[in-house]
Structure formats: C-alpha cells, structure tokens
Design a protein around this ligand. Structure first.
Ligand SMILES: NC(=O)c1ccc[n+]([C@@H]2O[C@H](COP(=O)([O-])OP(=O)(O)OC[C@H]3O[C@@H](n4cnc5c(N)ncnc54)[C@H](OP(=O)(O)O)[C@@H]3O)[C@@H](O)[C@H]2O)c1
Length: 210
C-alpha cells in the first residue's frame, strides 16, 4: 500500500511520529527523494534547502520559522523519539496544511489551531520559556546543589517541580508560592547572596517578573 506521506528526517520528532503512525506513513533519511507529500522533520536551519526540493508538496514542523508558501504544523510537545500519549496537545498550523497530514496528527490526539504568521516567533519564544528554559532552571539548580556536595534524598527537586506545576495548572497565578509571592525581602536577599553571580541575576529578575 502507498504511504499517505513520507516523514523526512529520523530525529526525535520524525521517529516519534513514525512510530505513532505505523505503516501508513514512511520514514526516510534527509538525503532521500520520495514522491508525494513530504513532512520535513529536519533541523530548522535545514528547512529552506529541503523545502526547495519538495516545492508545493511539503510541510515543515518548525514553530518559529516561516517560509513563504510552505505550510507548517508545530506540535507543542517535547519529543524523545518514541510514540506517546499526545491527547490534548496543541498543534499550531500555519498556511494550508494538506488534509492527510492534518488528519494524521488529529488521529494521535493533537488539537489543531490556526497560528498567524506574525505570531509565530512570540508563540515559539513562549514555548521555549516553558520547555527548554524550565528544564535549564531545574537542571541548573540540581547542579548547584551537587557542586556544593548537598545530596537530597529520594526524588530530590522533582516532587517540588511537579507540585508547583500541578498547583499552577489548577489555580493559575494563585498557585504560585515562594518568597517573592509572600514579599519576604530578607529571605530573597539571603538566598540571592548564596548564588553565583549569573544565577543571582536570573533568580532576582525572574522572581520580580512573576
Ligand atoms: N524535538 C522536539 O521536541 C520538537 C518539537 C516540535 C517541533 N520540532 C521540530 O521538528 C523538526 C525536527 O526536530 P528534531 O528535534 O527531530 O531534530 P533532530 O532530532 O536534530 O533530528 C533531525 C533529523 O534531520 C536530519 N538532519 C540532520 N542534519 C541535517 C541537515 N544538515 N540537513 C538536513 N537534515 C538533517 C537527521 O535525520 P536523518 O539522519 O534521517 O537524515 C536528523 O536525525 C524541527 O523543525 C523542530 O523545530 C521538534
């Protein structure tokens, strides 16, 4: 049976989606030259060159980049190369995404919405803040503790991060806790002084943004 379309690029996104879609969709390396519809799952910097090869019959996965006449479908998730439960995960569509590709995303739980071109960069910056930057904060804090020789028992910082996210999901801004919310200035200053300079600035600036 002919595949519905071909995913080009066997990275984290390409492999995860190919596994979820099973045999209905083909997965190929980026040097391949498939016919029919192509879903470009290559790094953002490689998209312009690849899109030129499949003009008028490709869709890319970048949430930030916009190319004239090349539609995009950005899954608002963090892939790890395996199929997962994507129920309720937004899928940002820009331009005319062909029905077979749109339907394939919907079939595995994604919720499509139209993302205007002029809001792509803001949308993607907010995605980075929530994902990569949140991970950097969490991993950085764990590293500071380890460097100081302070070993937390059990699951370490993870229960705190999980409880915070669950509270915010339930209650919005009211779910946020900590010295900045309580206005505990002496605690804020004491904590800030315990941090290396770069982290101190992040600590104070992020705290005041909330
Ligand atoms: N990762 C995520 O969580 C995520 C989430 C939403 C959207 N996206 C988007 O999905 C796209 C792919 O991201 P990814 O995380 O899957 O990337 P990735 O893991 O870095 O993999 C991209 C794949 O592209 C191919 N490739 C590598 N260098 C290339 C080059 N110079 N030119 C052309 N192809 C090259 C390779 O596949 P082959 O070895 O098979 O050729 C590589 O495995 C990006 O546009 C990204 O913005 C990613």
């Amino acid at each position: 049976m002919e595949p519905l379309f071909t995913i080009l690029g066997r990275g984290r996104a390409g492999r995860a989606l190919a596994e979820a879609w099973g045999g209905r969709v083909a997965l190929a390396p980026h040097e391949a030259d498939p016919g029919g519809l192509v879903l470009l799952a290559v790094p953002d910097h490689a998209i312009p060159c690849q899109a030129a090869r499949f003009q008028g019959r490709c869709v890319h996965l970048s949430g930030s980049l916009h190319l004239q006449d090349v539609p995009s479908a950005h899954p608002l998730t963090s892939f790890r190369g395996r199929a997962e439960d994507w129920g309720g995960t937004p899928l940002a569509l820009t331009g005319s995404v062909p029905e077979p590709i749109r339907e394939a995303f919907v079939a595995v739980g994604f919720l499509p919405f139209e993302l205007p071109v002029d809001q792509k960069a803001l949308y993607h910056a907010c995605a980075v803040l929530t994902s990569g930057h949140a991970a950097s904060l969490w991993l950085g804090a764990a590293r500071l503790l380890a460097e100081a020789g302070l070993e937390l028992p059990g699951r370490g910082l993870l229960p705190l991060a999980e409880a915070t996210l669950a509270n915010v999901a339930r209650e919005g801004a009211r779910g946020r806790t900590g010295p900045f919310v309580r206005g505990d200035e002496a605690t804020i200053q004491r904590d800030a002084e315990a941090l290396p300079e770069a982290w101190r600035r992040v600590f104070l600036e992020l705290g005041r943004l909330g």
